[in-house]
Design a protein around this ligand. Structure first.
Ligand code: NAP
Length: 656
């Protein structure tokens, strides 16, 4: 289902012919350059290329964790490594040998363990092999098992809704497979949430060398954690390379999708910017609208009385100049924590309303720039970018999950979940304390009374230090009322404001809203009620045939990982389902109620063991009844395994 044209474009640089020879042409400079690179990916490259594990074993005691800053400074060992790597590269050049395939699983596991300072489970290996794609088999791309009939395929039509990260990944795979589709995007450009969120300080908090498509690796990110504009640039570049311009329709919004029970097609209504509408008849509908696209604007008493500008963080009004203004910011989640410190230096006064505190971790790479040496290494050293991606994959995801499990024997269940979680708590408190100069009043406001990870773990984007500024005040508790000139707190004190910024999050429990999606028995709103979305693997829903959801209910990676990774899993699964449909020339593919119910029960049971259902925790992951509706409870490796195959027995599949 893939074409040469596309796979060639996304070819990683290490596969270019002669690259090793080019490197060695600058042999005198090579050692100095290698010395500037991160130790662990270099070590893994050397181990992989040379087959020698002895150096790796000597390095292992110096590797304390998966981040570069968790590796001891060992210059002599590193020089030895660099020299050994140069000799290995020279050997490849002289012998003309091709680069080796992926290491065998037992060796891979030893490499994974030694390079992140911990035991990586065996279940993780399939995922690593696939993600790093050493063998260039691109296992995530679904291939036809038998050539579909041209007549059936030509007549087949898919509607993809949304041109964000997920929609674009879907579209490129459909294009590669030759499945006809249109992609409808309500905005004037690609990017989805990254297009819409332009507040000051916007940046990703998952490292970009992992938070990016596996099929479009970018070696020259300027930052480890890129800003919004850098990410939009990347998405635009990917879009341009995907060659899907003809299939994309901007400034158009899907308002409804109604299943035709007789004809087994979706009747999709699309509204243009001028208000006119048109219809598309489609075999399948794939929504890539995301969970975080409907801003939650609280209905504060007096909200309409305020005389100045008031806007949501996801709808930032760039026409409003904040310089010298008194600003009230409501909300201290991921968005609020990034934007507050950015606007604090320019405003006259910033009052921040914090309903409840979040936990935030320090990461020294958060604002660091990627060095030129590192960019060069990622682009030129064979397999360096792959092993670096592996390191980040582990650092940001499944390493963390055991921390989130409730230990039934843990003696302090109010403050933490288990010994490791308690240790994280102590580290976080020490960091906050240091950042606020041990100010007891601020500390009392800032230390959450729930275990770490109960809400999304944030990164300290200079948040705590910003709160020590003279022009910043942190007000705790709810907003009581908004007046013409300010915001009244829970104690009845009015805080004057020229501008109010609402960093109050999103309506994540009502995905696919406000589209009117009607399946065989009624609308998706009826099926899910007010706030109880459910989907098999987060992707398919009984009574909604031929509909697939990307980044749907129960798929948000609450413990970490990259939303792009999860999306790619969902895209593959959707492609497998479409393949089944097209090869069988089927009309209808609909998940059966039994596997769906069983899956939801398993998910709920797993959530009961995790921090998000801790009694002291309130977060946007749970609905009013307390059910976790947005998050996946699974390690990435498990979610990958669940979605890597399509079991036709889970579905009603009807021939055309
Ligand atoms: P959020 O995490 O839901 O935070 C919303 C904030 O507004 C919370 O502090 C919340 O208080 C407060 N709030 C909500 N309603 C309120 C009310 N009626 N009165 C007073 N305060 C109220 O939203 P977000 O910060 O936009 O982030 C949402 C998600 O988007 C994140 O979890 C993340 O997944 C994603 N995101 C990621 C990044 C990144 O990668 N760096 C950046 C931004 C967003 P409570 O905590 O008490 O509910």
């Amino acid at each position: 289902m893939s074409s040469e044209k596309h796979s060639a474009r996304s070819e990683p640089p290490e596969h270019r012919d002669g690259i090793i020879g080019d490197l060695l042409a600058e042999k005198d400079k090579l050692e100095d350059r290698l010395m500037e690179l991160d130790d662990v990916p270099l070590l893994l490259v050397y181990t992989h290329l040379s087959g020698d594990e002895a150096l790796m074993q000597r390095y292992a005691p110096h590797v304390k964790g998966a981040w570069a800053f968790e590796v001891d400074d060992v210059p002599e060992l590193k020089r030895e490594l660099c020299q050994a790597l140069i000799a290995t590269l020279a050997d490849y050049t002289e012998s003309g040998r091709p680069l080796p395939p992926a290491p065998p699983v037992d060796k891979l596991q030893r490499m994974c363990n030694a390079s992140v300072g911990t035991q990586v489970p065996e279940e993780y290996m399939a995922m690593v092999l696939e993600e790093l794609n050493f063998d260039r088999t691109d296992a995530k791309t679904v291939k036809w098992r038998k050539q579909p009939s041209p007549a059936f395929l030509d007549d087949f039509k898919v509607v993809v809704i949304g041109a964000g990260y997920s929609g674009l990944a879907m579209a490129t795979k459909l294009k590669q497979a030759g499945i006809p589709f249109v992609m409808i995007e309500k905005n004037e450009d690609v990017g989805g949430t990254w297009f819409e969120n332009t507040y000051p300080g916007i940046a990703v908090d998952t490292p970009n060398h992992f938070y990016s498509y596996s099929f479009r690796v970018k070696p020259d990110w300027d930052h480890f954690f890129s800003t919004g504009p850098e990410i939009i640039d990347y998405i635009r570049t990917c879009y341009a390379e995907m060659d899907i311009g003809e299939e994309t329709r901007f400034n158009e919004e899907v308002v409804s999708a109604i299943w035709d029970k007789q004809g087994h097609r979706w009747d999709v209504t699309v509204r243009r910017k001028d208000g006119s509408e048109y219809a598309i008849r489609a075999n399948a509908v794939i929504t890539g609208v995301g969970l975080l696209n409907n801003p939650a604007v609280p209905d504060f008493p007096g909200r309409d009385r305020f005389k100045g500008p008031m806007f949501h963080s996801a709808r930032w009004d760039h026409s409003v100049d904040l310089e010298g203004k008194r600003v009230v910011q409501v909300g201290t989640g991921a968005s609020g924590m990034q934007l507050g410190p950015m606007i604090a230096p320019e405003v006259e006064h910033l009052t921040i309303f914090q309903r409840s505190p979040h936990w935030a971790r320090h990461n020294p790479l958060l604002y660091a720039k990627v060095s030129d040496a590192m960019k060069w290494g990622l682009a030129n050293i064979p397999y360096y970018n792959k092993w670096y991606r592996y390191q980040l994959l582990w650092a940001t995801s499944d390493l963390v999950l055991p921390n989130l499990h409730k230990d039934p024997d843990w003696p302090e269940p109010e403050r933490s979940l288990n010994a490791a979680n308690d240790e994280v708590r102590q580290q976080l408190i020490a960091h906050i304390s240091e950042q606020v100069n041990h100010d007891p009043e601020l500390l009392a406001k800032l230390i959450p009374d729930f275990p770490p990870y109960g809400k999304r773990m944030l990164r300290d984007s200079n948040w705590y230090s910003a709160l020590t500024r003279e022009n910043v005040e942190l007000v705790t508790g709810a907003v009581k009322e908004i007046t013409e000139t300010g915001v009244i707190d829970k104690d009845g004190i009015e805080h004057p404001a020229d501008v109010i910024v609402l960093a109050t999050g999103f309506k994540a429990q009502t995905p696919i809203y406000p589209m009117n999606v009607v399946g065989t028995k009624g609308s998706i709103r009826d099926a899910w009620g007010e706030d109880d979305p459910r989907a098999y693997l987060g992707i398919t829903v009984p009574d909604f045939p031929n509909m697939f959801i990307l980044y749907g209910p129960g798929t948000n990676g609450g413990h970490g990982g990259s939303a792009v990774y999860n999306s790619e899993c969902q895209v593959r699964y959707t492609m497998l389902a479409l393949r089944e449909m097209i090869e069988r020339e089927a009309d209808r593919v609909e998940v059966r109620p039994e596997p769906f119910e069983e899956y939801i029960n398993t998910v709920d049971a797993e959530h009961a063991k995790l921090v998000w259902t801790h009694p002291g925790v309130k977060n946007w992951y749970r609905n009013k009844a307390g059910r976790v509706v947005t998050n996946s409870p699974w390690p990435l490796s498990k979610y990958r395994n669940l979605t890597a195959n399509f079991d036709p027995d889970d579905y009603i599949i009807e021939p055309a």
